[in-house]
Each structure stands twice: as structure tokens, then as C-alpha cells.
Ligand binder design. Structure first.
Ligand code: NAP
Ligand code: HSE
Length: 432
């Protein structure tokens, strides 16, 4: 039994994650930091609705709707923010930091949108701002990037960090079901939110990638500097054709040193079936890191859910309880080389096009003419499904590595060709 003075914990939020953290604390996991560490004791938990049934039973008087009763309680030394969203989370975190309390958050949105201010504030006040649970749920990734890998120059991060979209894409690939059909199923099973925008349009992945970019490269990546595309527009043909060509489709989140800076992007990508990332299915997450000393590393696990996320939050809390001498916010606050964020226009990779075209002589020549003029070299062309009634066919073109800006120009010109009914898909092929 520790003889050290207890460290009071205040929870902001008692939902999916907050309840699991409360349960871990009540079960005594807050005493696992080892000899000399302060045992963690849950003091108060903030909610909006006192009547709502909770997943955890807490002693009378712990749950409150008064933010001040948590944030300003002198018996509380560390605040855990598991409410989500930008506001009032930002105001509450700022107030806690101002009051000299350490803070732990699972909230990637507030870190993406207000991370600069929060980290600067925490450094100024000499308190810790830890956020392992903000990316990849239970996967330890912020800790390794912030401490174990500090001696490395991180060259690239490639990740699947949104479980909802990975579940949908896996189903679409395996069952050849439409996006709308799979989304409805995912919502019925509770995997996808009633409003799926944050997940399916790539916002959630972009928030998390912004957090990873700060830790790995020491640069702030605001949302408007991240190239972001979601999965809403994907059609079943892409999964069938991609499989024929030896690929699977994933929502990729990548940050990589390129052109003297860092390019940060979230978009669906063709991943070769031969690489491990192609096999990360369902709600699993993975983060692949490449450091100049360590080489490639692979972190895979459950990217969401109460217990895995509580595992990450508890890890941060126990680090604070132990008072370890790790630099407070590691890369987040250390002077970084002046890296700029690079525009997506400069990105270079192979591309997959699916064009719904008139099935008649001379069509391919017109398309090839545009691609050739824009220095986009064709690697293969396959005519896939045809629709004899409409005299149309799916033309699938794979290119050699080409520059994004030229590809977007080509798409504009191809759309204007009278013989092309529709540019059905333009997907990037991830290089390995
Ligand atoms: P949740 O189930 O919706 O819980 C949110 C909690 O915060 C609820 O208890 C809610 O109170 C409370 N809350 C929200 N706004 C409030 C306000 N203005 N004042 C007082 N209380 C407020 O959310 P969650 O799934 O636990 O997620 C929490 C955070 O963890 C989010 O940032 C999320 O992105 C992150 N995260 C979640 C997961 C996951 O698997 N769920 C994984 C990783 C990270 P009421 O209960 O009274 O409404
Ligand atoms: N909505 C997220 C996902 C989980 O689908 O991965 C919370 O980070």
C-alpha cells in the first residue's frame, strides 16, 4: 500500500470513455504506478444530465453538473477531459491548466483546433498535457513518439486511424455491398454515429493525423492544411476492380517528409494486397512509423471502445501519478526545425482512374492525348464492365507515378470530353 499522498482526479464527461476510466479508478487501477507514486482517487465527474443512467456506479455526490465543482476543486490535481468537441472542452482545459492542474484528454478535435494554445499554456504553467487516447484508442503511439523514439528523425507516418470507415470499407470489399447499405448496418450495430459526417468524410482521421503530425514532426497541422477526402463517393465497382488489380481500398492518413517539408493527407487509397496494411480489417487501427534510426515500426490494435481507450487514459494518469521525469510534452513543446507543410499539388504517386465512356473507336485516343500532354504516363488500360444498351463501358486506367496537380488538370479536361459520361473514380495508389 502506497504511503504517498493521494492525487485527486476530476473527470469531465462520464460517457463511453469516462465511465470506463471511472470504473478503472474505482477498481484500484490508479494504484498501479508503483512505489513512491501517488495513488489516484476519483473525486468528481462532470455530466450534462444527472438523470441519465450511467454505466458505472459511483458514490453519492461524485457526479455533478457544475464544471467549477470539478475544475476548481483544490483536492483535484489532475483533470481528465473525455467530453469531446471543441467547446466547452477548450475553455475547461484552459481553466484547469490556469489553476495549475495536470490535464489528460482523449479529445483529438480540441487538440487539432486548439493544440497550439493548449500546449503553450501547459508549458507556461509547468503542468502536463497528455493525450495518448486521442489517437488510436488503446494503441500506444503518442508515448513512443514522444519518448522512446526521440532520437529519431521521423520520416513518415501512415495509418488507418478511423475504425468506422475501416469497418465500412472492409464490408464493401468483402460483401460488395454499397456504401449506403453498409453505413445503415454499421449505424444499426452502433459502430457508426447517427450523424456519420465526422467519420465518413475524413474529419476524425484528419484531427488524429494533426495530433500525430505535431508529435512526430514538431509542426502544427491545422485542418485547412490537411488534404482531406472521405469515403462517401466510393462505388462497389472500385472494390471489384481494385481486387482484380491486386489492391484493397483503405482510408489512409499519411504524413511524410517530402519536398523539404511535410505533406499531410487523408484520402481513400489503393493499398497493394501484398503489404500488411491491406489486411488490417474491421474496426482495427494501425499506425506505421518510419524513423531514421529505428526503421519501420508497426502499431496495431483496437482504435476505439471503452476499455482500450481507458487503457490509454489510465496510462497517462499513472505517468502523472509517478511524476516521471519525462519532459512534459516532449516533441509537442521542444524546438522543432522549421518544417513547412507542403501542398498536395506536389504529391507524386500512381493513380487509378475509372471513366464511364462511350464504347466506340477513338475514345481512348482522346483520353490518352490529354494524359500524354500533361506528362501522365499510362501503365495499363483495362475495359471492364460494359453497358451495351447505353453503348458505354468502364475504362480503368492505371498510371505510372504522376504529379497531383497535373492529374487534377487532366480530370477537368477529361470531364469536358463529350465521350466521357462520368469520371467515376480517381484514387491514389500508395507506394511501398
Ligand atoms: P460520450 O459517450 O458522448 O460521452 C461524453 C460525456 O461528456 C457524457 O457524459 C456527457 O454528459 C459529457 N458532456 C458532453 N458535453 C458536456 C458539457 N458541455 N458539459 C458537461 N458534460 C458534458 O463520448 P465518448 O465516446 O466517451 O468520447 C469522449 C471523448 O473521447 C471524445 O473526445 C472522443 O473523441 C474521445 N474518444 C472516444 C473513443 C471511443 O471509443 N468512444 C475512443 C477514443 C477517443 P451526459 O452523459 O450527461 O450527456
Ligand atoms: N469514431 C472513431 C472511429 C472512434 O471510428 O475510429 C473515436 O476516436
Amino acid at each position: 500500500m502506497s504511503t504517498a499522498r493521494p492525487l485527486g482526479v476530476g473527470l469531465l464527461g462520464l460517457g463511453v470513455v469516462g465511465s470506463a476510466v471511472a470504473e478503472a479508478l474505482v477498481a484500484g487501477r490508479g494504484q498501479l504506478a508503483g512505489e513512491g507514486a501517488r495513488p489516484l482517487v476519483l473525486k468528481r465527474a462532470l455530466v450534462r444530465d444527472l438523470i441519465r443512467p450511467r454505466l458505472v456506479t459511483l458514490p453519492d455526490g461524485v457526479v455533478t453538473t457544475d464544471p467549477a465543482a470539478v475544475i476548481d476543486d483544490p483536492q483535484i490535481g489532475v483533470i481528465v477531459e473525455v467530453m469531446g468537441g471543441e467547446q466547452p472542452a477548450f475553455d475547461y482545459l484552459s481553466r484547469a491548466i490556469d489553476g495549475g492542474k495536470h490535464v489528460v484528454t482523449a479529445n483529438k478535435e480540441v487538440l487539432c483546433k486548439k493544440g497550439d494554445a493548449l500546449f503553450a499554456h501547459a508549458a507556461k504553467r509547468g503542468v502536463r498535457l497528455l493525450h495518448e487516447a486521442s489517437v488510436g484508442g488503446g494503441i500506444p503511439i503518442i508515448g513512443p513518439l514522444s519518448s522512446d523514439l526521440l532520437a529519431n528523425q521521423i520520416n513518415s507516418i501512415r495509418a488507418i486511424i478511423n475504425g468506422t470507415t475501416n469497418y465500412i470499407l472492409t464490408k464493401m470489399a468483402n460483401e460488395r455491398a454499397s456504401f449506403d447499405q453498409v453505413l445503415k448496418e454499421a449505424q444499426a450495430l452502433g459502430y457508426a454515429e447517427a450523424d456519420p459526417t465526422a467519420d465518413v468524410d475524413g474529419w476524425d482521421a484528419a484531427y488524429k493525423l494533426s495530433v500525430l503530425t505535431r508529435v512526430a514532426f514538431g509542426v502544427s497541422a491545422p485542418l485547412d492544411a490537411i488534404h482531406r477526402e472521405g469515403i462517401r463517393g466510393l462505388e462497389t465497382q472500385e472494390f471489384r476492380y481494385a481486387a482484380t488489380l491486386g489492391y484493397t481500398i483503405k482510408l489512409l492518413a499519411a504524413a511524410r517528409r517530402e519536398q523539404g517539408g511535410v505533406l499531410v493527407r487523408v484520402h481513400p487509397a489503393l493499398i497493394p494486397n501484398s503489404v500488411p496494411m491491406a489486411k488490417v480489417d474491421g474496426v482495427l487501427n494501425v499506425v506505421e512509423v518510419e524513423g531514421d534510426l529505428v526503421g519501420p515500426l508497426w502499431f496495431q490494435g483496437r482504435g476505439a471502445g471503452p476499455k482500450p481507450t481507458a487503457s490509454a487514459v489510465m496510462g497517462d494518469l499513472l505517468r502523472i501519478a509517478r511524476g516521471a521525469e519525462i519532459r512534459k510534452n516532449a516533441r509537442a513543446s521542444r524546438p522543432a526545425p522549421a518544417l513547412q507543410l507542403v501542398s498536395m499539388d506536389a504529391h507524386e504517386c500512381k493513380y487509378y482512374f475509372r471513366l464511364v465512356c462511350k464504347d466506340r473507336p477513338g475514345v481512348l485516343a482522346q483520353i490518352a492525348g490529354i494524359l500524354g500532354r500533361l506528362q501522365i504516363s499510362i501503365a495499363s488500360v483495362i475495359q471492364m464492365d460494359t453497358n451495351p444498351d447505353r453503348r458505354e463501358a468502364d475504362l480503368v486506367i492505371m498510371t505510372h507515378p504522376s504529379v497531383e496537380k497535373s492529374v487534377q488538370q487532366a480530370v477537368r479536361e477529361i470531364r469536358d470530353l463529350g465521350v466521357v459520361a462520368r469520371v467515376a473514380a480517381v484514387l491514389r495508389v500508395e507506394g511501398y
